[in-house]
Design a binder for this molecule. Structure first.
Ligand code: GLC
Ligand code: CA
Length: 575
């Protein structure tokens, strides 16, 4: 990494600047934070049963502190039959035995706080597990009972109610309704599940559901969490009467319906729920936050983060813009503009546990995999080198942006997806529910490589990991990368340190028009210029002090294809 080199470019940064966003002076740690997503089952297996655990997280937290992130978001570790990797919760106020105990959680929290890290947990309010006591009680109770009213039970249609109540489809494939058998053995009502049949949707028109989740919020707030990432936050309220709908349950517009018109998503009633939650969080001081996972377009997303609602929301339009320069510019401009309108910071994200990792997505020149569908051995394969190089450029472009950034575990190592996963080990319900047609999300969930020389690359020293670590992970192990100044990990460390030092997270954004083209983008954040080149031709950088570049070796004052650089522009580079 060529740090602090004055580049002898010929042209100073001139030309028009289009100011989109002024520096953010509002208080709030989350507004500029870097939040690192831990996927517990794949992070670190300390007790050797092949599945990551909370004690494993505690063990490795110093590495995250070392990376200099502000907070950790933990995907679900609650009691669960694990039919959807923990997003099927059977007890919201306990730790699943595969991950440990509540005491392990408290130890982890204490260690995180000692290291200066905040902890956010996942809240899954749209649905629970069919093993949850409330759903079991609903099954045992008759139609029309208060127990059934906790969920969305309806009579079937057609002769003898053999057909589902409406035509909604599950996000994971197949109908969104399952019929139950009454205690007397007769076919009974149907219940709604937007996801797997083991994940019945709660009825948020019932105040008892509200009361239950307020209890859950307080339970974790009392244990010191800094907030919640709210799972499918746009789905809680369904349109009255559950009208038929021509599109898919995931809001995809496959049949010509825009996502926000879908009767199971983005209903206005959700906002009162989040206002009530915000009031609860406020009782615990100004530092506890709510982050929405809401797949809605940017204009609507702003409604989720009005001053009395959630603090922030994931920016999926940014993730979906990929490396399309035109879309990226549009999404960044629109995000900052609409969110400034409600005084909320933007967030940025490139990877999570639901999509193909960006180091793999960017390894295609043409059409890559569909997000969430994975890559299998029979599919067109990504170019690993190209993917990793572009991933470094894309991450460096993202981490220069003002706002909060969400990282997914392993992206700091440049990990690609696991591809060669034997079918019998695949666990994402998408795989089974589509008869293997869609592989699902297991590929981005394979365990992390910690130490190259250890058994299972240091993920765990006992049983085989729940998914195999790909052979290519050996050279990507954290200890190997930590030892190399030119590694992906070292780049992340340098980026995160500089981002903090330069205050980029609370900075400004102006497009540097003369360095923006159909295949390059450049913005000024304070005195830092961020330039990404996706053209096949090298791009000459303007005069300035080169702080960091994403590719090694760099080629002097030229930015190669698939490369990003951060430059200090003040002082004309002649420091
Ligand atoms: C969210 C989660 C995903 C899960 C789904 C159902 O989209 O990120 O992993 O399967 O909700 O809870
Ligand atoms: Ca374990």
């Amino acid at each position: 990494m060529s740090v602090d080199t004055v580049i002898s470019a010929t042209a100073p940064l001139t030309g028009p600047l289009t100011l989109i966003h002024a520096a953010d002076t509002a208080p709030g740690w989350w507004r500029s934070a870097v939040i690192y997503q831990v996927y517990p089952r794949s992070f670190r297996d300390l007790n050797g049963d092949g599945i990551g655990d909370i004690a494993g997280i505690t063990e490795e937290l110093p590495h995250l502190a070392d990376l200099d992130v502000d907070a950790v978001w933990l995907s679900p570790f609650y009691r669960s039959p694990q039919r959807d990797a923990g997003y099927d919760v059977s007890d919201y106020c306990d730790v699943d035995p595969i991950f440990g105990t509540l005491q392990d959680f408290d130890v982890m929290m204490a260690e995180a706080h000692r290291l200066g890290l905040r902890v956010i947990v996942d809240l899954v309010p749209n649905h629970c597990s069919d093993q949850h006591a409330a759903f079991q009680a609903a099954l045992a109770a008759p139609a029309g009972s208060p127990e059934r009213d906790m969920f969305i039970f309806r009579d079937g249609t057609g002769p003898e109610g053999h057909e589902p109540p409406n035509n909604w489809q599950s996000h994971f494939g197949g109908p969104a309704w399952t019929r139950v058998i009454a205690p007397d053995g007769q076919p009974d009502q149907w219940y709604l599940h937007l996801f797997d049949s083991s994940q019945p949707d709660f009825n948020w028109d019932n105040t008892a559901v509200h009361a239950e989740f307020e209890r859950v919020l307080r339970f974790w707030l009392d244990r010191g969490v800094s907030g919640f990432r709210v799972d499918v936050a746009h789905a809680l309220i369904k349109a009255p009467g559950l009208p038929a709908w021509g599109g898919r349950a995931d809001g995809g517009s496959s049949d010509g319906f825009p996502g926000h018109e879908a009767p199971m998503f983005g209903q206005p009633g959700v906002h009162d729920i989040y206002r009530a939650w915000r009031r609860i969080l406020a009782e615990y001081g100004p530092d506890r936050i709510l982050c929405a996972e809401a797949s809605v377009d940017l204009d609507r997303l702003a409604h989720w983060v009005r001053p009395d609602e959630m603090h922030q929301a994931f920016n999926f339009p940014y993730l979906h813009a990929g490396l399309d320069v035109h879309r990226l510019r549009g999404v960044i401009t629109d995000s900052l503009t609409v969110l400034n309108g409600v005084g909320a910071p933007s967030t940025w994200v490139l990877s999570n546990h639901d999509v193909v990792r960006h180091a793999s997505r960017f390894g295609y020149n043409g059409q890559g995999p569909r997000d969430g569908d994975g890559i299998g051995p029979a599919d067109p394969q990504p170019d690993t080198e190209l993917g990793r190089r572009r991933a470094a450029a894309a991450s460096m472009f993202m981490l220069g942006l003002p706002g909060a950034a969400y990282l997914y575990q392993g992206e700091e190592l440049g990990l690609p997806d696991g591809i060669d996963i034997p079918e019998h080990l695949r666990q994402d319900p998408t795989f089974a529910r589509t008869g293997g047609e869609r592989l699902g999300r297991d590929g981005c969930r394979v365990p992390l490589p910690w130490r190259a020389a250890e058994r299972h690359l240091g993920f765990g020293s006992g049983q085989d990991p729940w998914l195999p670590l790909p052979p290519g992970f050996t050279e990507l192990a954290r200890d190997a990368q930590a030892a190399s100044p030119s590694s992906h990990l070292s780049l992340y460390r340098n980026m995160l340190a500089l981002r903090r030092e330069l205050g980029l997270g609370s900075g400004s954004l102006a497009w540097a028009e003369d360095w923006c083209s159909g295949s390059s983008l450049a913005y000024l954040n304070g005195a830092t210029l961020v330039v990404m080149n996706l053209n096949h031709e090298p791009l000459e950088l303007p005069l300035g002090r080169l702080l960091l570049r994403s590719a090694e070796p760099g080629s002097g004052r030229f930015l190669a294809s698939g490369e990003t650089a951060w430059l200090r522009i003040d002082g004309g580079g002649a420091e």
